[in-house]
Write a protein that binds this ligand. Structure first.
Ligand code: FAD
Ligand code: NAD
Length: 472
């Protein structure tokens, strides 16, 4: 290790922390990452990558089954062991050597161990062998410690040792039956995975599915999961969980009981700030870290936070976007250079408020950016909503027989720009970036008419949405 004083200390070496350190080093600073588990964090080993690898094979198979000619060629069943093996390769068998060598090539130092703030610009790192290294930052400490699964206070749930997303994404064997508590992204994606593996899945959601998105998205995913063999219980409370040997009993609000081999809790996230020394600098342990748009924690001029721990947008790409802004602004401030902190400037994460893209990799997929119709109305915009069935687009009918999906654009009628766009349908994920460009760029509707989608692609949905809106 080069020494114990660095320009920037990054607490947490997930995808987000890595990017902060990289930008700081590219800006001419020295940076060290403190990591207690695996460099690469949740996304690489227990979240985005393994979950998407687990989802992909069944998706390819189902789509081939819906195209005559190909369907006859894929008459066999999903090879679950091969899927798990492919997932293992995406996680490098939970070995971070590749990421560590990237840090090395990027000129970023690494200290392994559990980091805690001990005072302004001071971090103590406790290694596995109990030894403690004290680090001092010349300019900034960035907390990028991510989030953990939230286990709600349902009687018996803690004692039942439920699966969280970690166990669900790293499982080496597949349970015969799985109950899932939650109705968000993790619950919906994991129900899709395990239903495809032949597990008897019961999803228990206290409301509708994917309730933060346009209602048609959750409805489509609910219907599809049921077709895929899952039992989906909506508006259903879980009142008690009891583990009896190899089975878990789950009592529901209506008094009925479900028995499953395993239970997965997918009820959101809690910040990993319980034991990072927040009390030493006057902050409350266990709280989310509130930042300004340059990612500076409110009330400090040296403490930054990026990624899940900020609760701005719990997504890898959005955390990395914050990381680029934070790394760059720390370097600019350290050099006494001007800071571009006006909305959409180089040193702020403005998009977190207005244009967060997200793909839910269920089958069908849901791709969304910006505001839903309800959120736009609640925010006081003069809104017009335009819907179109994606299956009516020539490109979609060529893609798959019986293509079913819906697209919605939410228009700000005062400025004639898009506030939000949602696509729900097979393989819509890659349609999203065009929508993100339109929302971020505030591209006027009459100019969008000149962005001609190629025929016959699914992108022609854009033309159909515009035609339905009407040419101004
Ligand atoms: C099942 C699942 C699937 C997901 N899929 C997607 C997806 O498809 N696309 C997407 O964009 N997002 C997805 N997400 C969200 C995504 O995983 C997170 O937004 C992302 O991992 C956050 O990155 P982060 O760097 O902030 O935190 P993390 O990835 O959690 O990294 C934080 C790091 O800090 C370390 N750490 C914590 N405390 C300390 C300490 N005191 N000392 C030293 N090190 C410490 C941890 O070990 C960890 O490595 C998914 C989440 C889940 C749960
Ligand atoms: N494809 C992706 O981009 C992707 C995939 C997975 C996860 N993620 C991210 O990870 C984060 C966590 O996902 P998640 O699905 O755990 O959270 P979420 O916030 O999406 O959904 C939480 C669900 O749990 C339910 N819930 C909350 N408390 C409950 C309680 N006490 N009892 C019963 N139900 C309860 C909510 O009603 C909701 O349906 C999300 O913010 C998401 O952005 C992203």
């Amino acid at each position: 290790m080069a020494g114990t004083e660095y320009d920037v200390i990054v607490l947490g070496g997930g995808a987000v922390g890595e990017n902060v350190a990289d930008r700081a080093v590219q800006g001419g600073l020295t940076a060290v990452i403190v990591e207690s588990e695996l460099v690469g964090g949740e996304c690489s080993y227990w979240a985005c990558m393994p979950s998407k690898a687990l989802l992909r094979s069944a998706q390819v198979l189902r789509q081939a089954q819906r195209v005559p000619g190909a369907a006859e060629a894929v008459a066999g069943k999903l090879d679950v062991q091969a899927v798990l093996k492919r997932r293992d390769s995406f996680t490098s068998n939970w070995d971070d050597a590749g990421q560590v060598s990237w840090l090395d090539s990027a000129g970023i130092a690494l200290v392994r161990g559990h980091g805690r703030l001990t005072g302004p610009k001071q971090v103590a790192v406790t290694a596995e062998d109990g030894s403690v290294t004290t680090l001092t930052a010349r300019h900034a400490v960035v907390v990028s410690t991510g989030s953990d699964s939230l286990i709600p206070d349902i009687p018996g749930l803690h004692e039942a040792s439920p699966w969280t997303s970690r166990e669900a994404t790293s499982a080496q064997t597949v349970p015969a039956s799985l109950a899932i508590i939650g109705g968000g992204v993790v619950a919906s994606e994991m129900a899709t995975v395990y239903a495809a593996f032949g597990t008897e899945v019961t999803l228990i959601s206290r409301g509708r599915l994917l309730a933060n998105l346009e209602p048609f998205a959750g409805d489509l995913v609910t219907e599809a999961l049921r077709e895929q063999g899952a039992t989906v219980l909506l508006d259903t409370e879980t009142t008690r969980v009891t583990r009896n040997g190899d089975a878990v009993e789950i009592e529901l609000g209506d008094g009925s009981t479900i028995t499953a081999e395993q239970v997965l809790v997918a009820t959101g996230r809690t910040p990993r700030t319980q034991d990072v020394g927040l009390d030493s600098i006057g902050l409350k342990p266990g709280s989310w870290l509130e930042t300004d748009d340059t990612l500076l924690v409110k009330g400090f001029d040296w403490l930054y936070a990026t990624g899940d721990v900020t609760h701005r947008a719990l997504l890898t790409h959005q955390g990395k976007y914050q990381a680029r802004a934070a790394g760059d602004v720390i370097a600019a401030r350290a050099a006494g250079k001007p800071v571009a902190d006006q909305p959409w400037g180089a040193h702020v994460a403005t998009a977190d408020h207005q244009a967060v893209p997200q793909v839910t990799f269920t089958e069908p997929e849901v791709a969304s950016v910006g505001l839903t119709a309800k959120a736009a109305k609640d925010a006081g915009y003069d809104v017009r909503v335009v819907d179109y069935e994606i299956g009516n687009v020539a490109g979609a009918s060529v893609r798959l027989d019986g293509y079913k999906g819906t697209a919605r654009m939410v228009v700000d009628e005062q400025r004639k720009v898009l506030l939000g766009v949602t696509f729900a349908g097979p393989e819509v994920g890659d349609l999203l970036q065009a929508a993100t460009v339109a929302v971020v760029g505030e591209v006027p509707i009459d100019r969008l008419w000149h962005a001609v989608p190629a025929y016959p692609t699914v992108s022609e949905i854009w033309l159909r949405l515009l035609e339905t809106y009407g040419r101004p």
